[in-house]
Design a protein around this ligand. Structure first.
Ligand code: FUB
Length: 310
């Protein structure tokens, strides 16, 4: 029995090293993963593609968690369009961050008034919610999407978002207001790679930014080169760059024409969450969140990751 116990223990460690079955969620269609490590668990916030969706029909956001990267618990719907009285449809790609014992959820939605996209912020006392609209109106209201949120070591919080631009604001301590106005990152070939064949977009940057830090290096990863999208990244010496283009993290694969990344480290292993169309009936509007182990080279560059199932 002791040998069997040791065998099972070692086997469970192997499973924990990223061998999770993909897609992570096999009961509903999920998209736009936003993982966060909190209290010894990985919490995975996702969007939700409605069955039969033909044009990003998304109405709520779901939460999943695990402590071994293999067995996922579904915490259900944690937020929906109804959370924001001013929202109409398009519960798109959001991200949660913890600060001072509270949880802040930034999401793009279309407004009831005119239908343009805007970014709302909701707040909760527990990671599982309930999340309530913190402002009663958008935090930023400029038609662009896909917020990513990052707090630097000095406590400064950055909210980046945008398609077709890459924009950011410096959030105040309260996480629901900002100072200094909206800043626009200059998209150059040196910073975000050169794109050809598109009438207006001259760099690889498309949407879905994800900002993280490893050691002294800041990583801006993003969905690139629509459509089909792949995942690419740039690095810089600060949370506001200047950014240097580094290339592809995950090439285009599978039947979803978008991709959307989220990078974390958990129990010493780095992971890339992304989405594709891997479930039966899956495709561009019926997507599934997946995860792969991610590895850095000694110089800080990221080794290209392949989808284990697409
Ligand atoms: O899921 C809706 C939109 O598709 C997201 O906001 C984009 O990042 C893309 O994944």
């Amino acid at each position: 029995p002791r040998l069997m116990f040791i065998f099972l223990f070692l086997a469970s460690l192997l499973v924990g090293l990223g061998a999770a079955d993909n897609p992570v969620v096999q009961t509903i269609y999920t998209a736009d993963p936003a993982p966060i490590v909190h209290d010894g668990r990985v919490w995975l916030f996702t969007g939700h593609d409605e069955d039969g969706s033909t044009n990003f029909d998304m109405r709520d956001w779901h939460l999943f968690s695990t402590n071994d990267m293999a067995n996922w618990q579904h915490h259900g719907v944690v937020m929906s369009l109804a959370t924001f009285s001013w929202a109409k449809e398009r519960a798109w790609a959001g991200q949660v961050i913890a600060r001072n014992g509270r949880f802040y959820y930034y999401v793009p939605v279309s407004k009831a008034d005119g239908g343009a996209m805007a970014i709302g912020v909701a707040v909760a006392d527990a990671i599982t919610g309930p999340y309530v609209d913190a402002l009663g109106h958008p935090l930023v209201d400029n038609t662009e999407i896909d917020p990513t949120i990052f707090i630097d070591d000095d406590g400064q919080a950055y909210l980046y978002w945008g398609n077709p631009n890459l924009l950011y604001v410096l959030l105040n301590e309260d996480m629901i207001s900002y100072s200094g106005g909206i800043q626009q990152v200059e998209l150059t070939a040196e910073s975000f790679g050169a794109r050809s064949g598109h009438p207006t977009r001259t760099t690889m940057y498309e949407e879905g930014p994800w900002l993280h830090k490893r050691g002294d290096l800041y990583y801006m990863s993003f969905a690139a080169d629509c459509c089909q999208e792949n995942l690419q990244y740039s690095t810089g010496p600060s949370a506001t760059g200047p950014w240097t283009y580094r290339g592809i993290i995950m090439d285009r694969e599978g039947s979803a024409f978008t991709n959307h990344g989220g990078i974390i480290q958990f129990q010493g292993q780095d992971y890339l969450f992304y989405h594709n169309g891997a479930l039966p009936g899956g495709g561009g509007f019926t997507r599934s969140v997946c995860v792969e182990a991610l590895f850095y080279n000694e110089d800080g560059t990221i080794q290209q990751v392949q989808m284990s199932r697409s």
